[in-house]
Design a protein. Structure first.
Length: 97
């Protein structure tokens, strides 16, 4: 199934915090974040319209890893898999590797 967001919405697959750091330190459950704040962009909308009716394209692309505000996304489930819908304004950064 392919989902195409509308306006400036972005469909993101959340990336949960790892239980063990790269250095081998185990993060206890009490210290882990319940909700993801990072995710992989799955699909993007065409962008929102400005006052003149011109479309402003979304600045993220499919496949990028983004950091977003913790309580901004709306959660949905598709085929028992969790995804987030996020507005472009709620994305704070793109992670470049």
């Amino acid at each position: 199934m392919k989902i195409k967001p509308l306006s400036d919405y972005i469909l993101v697959e959340p990336i949960k915090q790892e239980e063990v750091t790269k250095g081998g330190i185990v993060i206890p459950e009490t210290a882990r974040e319940e909700r993801a704040i990072r995710g992989k962009v799955i699909s993007v909308g065409p962008g929102k319209l400005n006052e003149k009716g011109e479309r402003i394209p979304v600045s993220v692309k499919e496949g990028q890893i983004v950091i977003f505000k913790k309580y901004a996304p709306d959660e949905i489930k598709i085929d028992d898999k969790e995804y987030y819908f996020i507005r472009e304004d709620d994305i704070m950064a793109i992670i470049e590797e």
